[in-house]
Design a binder for this molecule. Structure first.
Ligand code: ADP
Ligand code: AMP
Ligand code: ZN
Length: 218
């Protein structure tokens, strides 16, 4: 059994969630998406969900103190012993430093930070056409990755919906927020020598192949 501990880094809409689903299947590791965790809290009407929604609807980051403790808790769960994939976390230098501390405490290290990138026009087109399954959270695209039956999830027949923050204006804000607060993480992990840069403009299968090939060489 190989243990892989990964981060997926990249701007909103670049394809992190899509690749994450395929990667976690390949390596049999848990998919930890802070965005998904917030969305399920919103759905369940929790206090955390209520707080997070205020920021998410504006396209802003949820404050670090709310995010970090969730991830710390999640990483100590049994299934993370075999590795994990963090999708959408960390998003600030502060979060990355908190993660480093936690991993040191646990006596483990990250293997790779997969940095997927694409231009702004592509990101906007992908985010606006994104549709999510109500039941399982799987991501589709009306043009680039449509479900077999219109508006229904291939996996569980769940109804597809558009995320509240996938409207053009909010997507533009999220891209700005990424450039200001998250992009500096590329240099942070480059210095640690664990960055893997991937061209996110390629088709879904190609991006996946590139990632698996590179991780296999680890
Ligand atoms: P992220 O998690 O980075 O925000 P997603 O994985 O949800 O992004 O992808 C955003 C949208 O773009 C989705 O609708 C998805 O189906 C589509 N998509 C993802 N990767 C690609 C790709 N390589 N080419 C075309 N469309 C893609
Ligand atoms: P995502 O599903 O990754 O696109 O995230 C959706 C939204 O959730 C973001 O726009 C943020 O408001 C919030 N969010 C998710 N992950 C984080 C994080 N690590 N730090 C702060 N906010 C986050
Ligand atoms: Zn589904």
């Amino acid at each position: 059994m190989i243990i892989v501990r990964l981060i997926l880094l990249g701007p909103p809409g670049v394809g992190k969630g899509t690749q994450a689903s395929a990667i976690v299947k390949e390596y049999n590791i848990p998919h930890i998406s802070t965005g998904d965790i917030f969305r399920s809290n919103i759905k369940e009407g929790t206090e955390l969900g209520k707080k997070a929604k205020e920021y998410m609807d504006k396209g802003l980051l949820v404050p670090d103190e709310l995010v970090v403790s969730i991830v710390q808790d999640r990483l100590t769960k049994e299934d993370c012993v075999q590795g994990f994939l963090l999708d959408g976390f960390p998003r600030t230098i502060n979060q990355a430093e908190a993660l480093d501390k936690e991993l040191t405490k646990m006596g483990i290290k990250l293997d790779k930070v997969v940095n997927i990138d694409a231009d702004k026009e592509i990101l906007i087109e992908r985010a606006i056409g994104r549709r999510i399954c109500k039941t399982c959270g799987s991501s589709y695209h009306i043009k680039f990755n449509p479900p077999k039956v219109e508006n229904l999830c291939d996996i569980d027949n769940g109804e597809l919906f558009q995320r509240d923050d996938d409207i053009e204006e909010t997507v533009a804000t999220r891209i700005e927020v990424y450039l200001n607060q998250t992009q500096p993480l590329i240099d942070y992990y480059k210095e640690k020598g664990i960055i893997l840069n991937v061209d996110g403009t390629r088709p879904i299968d190609e991006v996946f192949e590139t990632i698996v090939k590179a991780l296999g060489d680890k």
